[in-house]
Design a protein around this ligand. Structure first.
Ligand code: HEM
Ligand code: HEM
Length: 252
């Protein structure tokens, strides 16, 4: 690739592909919906739907991490202890380098955020509340309602750190991170290195979408155990829609 002009005008570089940006803002929306619908009987349907949609979204993102655009690939931001230490040192000195993709600390945050959302989804499948239960509660003798709440608290803390990280990095590195997650582009001075990100695979996108949607559909199709309305996890659950009693069991 040759640089055709000797202009000193700043360049606008393609950084985040559309699927990654749509993933991010859908993730935010669904986490907020899950947050405000959790634990309420009246919004149980929405909670179940948003939680299972998140499952498909995470599966999509993991697959896109192998076939997506240059900076969306997991290999591009896989944690490297030396790079992380170096970046923290530069942030401490007030002069972090600008990165086109995730910075080394941001890369760790991505893994932690995805793990925390996954933990919420998985524990949710094994949770039960008043009049509402995840489809797998009682399987392997598990009721993870309290772990589910704990996983959500961890996610809340990570989101707070994520927002702090985005603000600190945007200010210290003088980089417009939030606009980049909206437009997909970052501006660089003519003398700064960097080129447009390589695009992802279209066939890979189709496969990732199909697998993600199938994941949500498969979870949605699981029979929902009936839960007694007598509160405090003390009810009886099991049986699914056909109420065949397969999973019926008493809990203390
Ligand atoms: C529930 C809330 C949120 C969650 C779970 C979340 C999660 C994530 C994840 C997983 C990524 C990595 C994206 C990828 O590579 O696929 C990311 C990146 C990013 N998020 Fe969020 N996010 C949340 C809220 C927000 C909000 C409210 C903002 C700003 C207004 C924001 C700004 C960003 C930016 C700028 C990046 C790119 C960071 C970078 O340049 O390395 N996020 N977020
Ligand atoms: C497969 C998806 C999910 C299912 C089936 C599910 C199921 C449940 C159930 C049964 C409860 C009631 C537990 C109780 O009252 O003790 C609950 C509460 C809750 N869930 Fe989920 N959940 C799912 C995903 C999520 C996700 C992804 C989040 C957050 C991002 C989340 C956040 C919450 C919150 C905040 C509560 C309220 C906890 C409280 O009582 O304080 N859930 N969920």
């Amino acid at each position: 690739m040759t640089d055709t002009t000797a202009t000193s005008a700043p360049r606008s570089l393609r950084v985040w592909d559309l699927p990654t940006r749509l993933f991010h803002w859908s993730l935010l929306a669904l986490v907020l919906i899950s947050w405000f619908s959790g634990g309420e009987d009246e919004t149980a349907f929405i909670h179940r739907l948003s939680g299972m949609a998140l499952a498909g979204l995470i599966v999509f993102r993991v697959l896109w991490g192998f076939v997506g655009g240059e900076h969306a690939r997991i290999a591009a931001f896989f944690p490297n202890p030396f790079a992380i230490a170096g970046h923290i040192g530069k942030v401490a000195s007030g002069k972090p380098e600008r990165h086109l993709g995730h910075n080394p600390v941001g890369g760790v945050a991505v893994f932690l955020l995805l793990a925390a959302v996954s933990a919420c989804v998985i524990t949710g499948l094994f949770s039960s509340g008043e009049g509402f239960a995840g489809p797998l509660v009682g399987q392997f003798g598990l009721d993870m309602s309290e772990v589910h709440e704990g996983a959500f608290r961890v996610l809340q803390a990570l989101v707070a750190l994520h927002l702090l990280g985005v603000v600190v990095e945007s200010v210290l590195a003088k980089d417009a991170l939030v606009p980049a997650m909206i437009t997909g582009r970052k501006t660089r001075r003519a003398d700064e290195p960097g080129t447009d990100a390589r695009k992802g695979s279209v066939a890979g996108l189709v496969v990732a979408l199909l697998v993600g949607v199938s994941t949500t559909a498969a979870l949605w199709a699981l029979p929902t155990p009936a839960v007694a309305e007598d509160g405090e996890h003390g009810g009886q659950y099991g049986g699914g829609d056909d109420d065949d009693g397969d999973r019926d069991r008493d809990r203390d």
